[in-house]
Design a protein around this ligand. Sequence first.
Ligand SMILES: C[S@@+](CC[C@H](N)C(=O)[O-])C[C@H]1O[C@@H](n2cnc3c(N)ncnc32)[C@H](O)[C@@H]1O
Length: 344
Amino acid sequence: MYKTACDPLFPIDCEFPAHENGKFRFIDLFAGIGGFRLAMQSVGGKCVFSSEWDKDSQATYFDNYGEWPEGDITLIAEDEIPDHDVLCAGFPCQPFSLAGVSARTSLNTAHGFACQTQGTLFFDVMRIVSAKKPKVIFLENVKNLVRHDKGNTFSVIKNTIEAQGYSFSYAVINAQTVVPQKRERCYIVALRDSSVKFEFPDFNGKPIPLKTILEPNVADSFTISDKLWAGHQRRTATNLARGAGFTAFCADIEKPANTLVARYWKDGKECLVPQKDNNPRLLTPRECARLQGYPESFRIPARKAVAYRQFGNSVAVPVVTKLAQGIFNYLCEFKPCDLGQTRS
Ligand SMILES: C[S@@+](CC[C@H](N)C(=O)[O-])C[C@H]1O[C@@H](n2cnc3c(N)ncnc32)[C@H](O)[C@@H]1O
């Protein structure tokens, strides 16, 4: 078992240790760098288990929360997982995302549930649900999950959750009113008390401009080379002419940034920051952290490519926090929150 920041014998220096006495208990599956965890902790939840198999993400997680997540979830038996009120899982989205589907289709490989490695991870989530019966299942995935395979994938997910006796609610939420980034994601909240349906809070409002999170002085190393910028402009012109493929523009800093993706570090085409009398520049890792709503004290890995990948894979924390608040309110209404009573 891993050491935790709350173990008085092994105090660990970290920014966001688990609450010693949480108001409810949650688990953090496919934890990444803990976007769900930050949100759930901020409304009083105590994390009692986490799983993430990527070594770099485990290290960032440890640095910030003082816990080393367990590894491959497919190898973890249900009885190794403590009882909990809320199961959180941003299960891997590559088999379902539009980019993932087109890449896989062109490679003639399986996608969705047919992808035997990643697509079946949803059923690992359900294996744990079936054994532990948490009061709430809280899932996140790409927007395309809803339409994937003409809606069949989503129907299987909904039917599987309902077959366990849960109510099912979902919403596609754009993060742009709580962080300066257009990021549409599908959120599912399922309640064990199937007579109640989770009501999603409102995310209407004014989009936040990118300029609100830009650093004033950024090292020259973030400015893209003449060669890269010329290549972007050339491919953008070709793709615009044929009406398909990527287009790389300088961002309008008065508007939210485009969606941050894991591969952003390769060429930055999703969001290039304009600079006066110079080529545009990449966002810095700290700016990426801000685009996803991470606090300033969040510890970022030193290797830039790793940091960009981790923030690109993450959730927008303020979106999850608003949903977490709704879930917490529900838990308190449903039954006074009591850590000792997770399976009533
Ligand atoms: C979409 S990311 C989740 C990011 C996370 N919600 C966050 O806020 O940082 C999915 C994560 O699942 C992890 N993962 C994929 N397959 C896994 C498995 N079999 N066991 C544990 N983790 C896995 C990946 O390494 C990746 O970090």
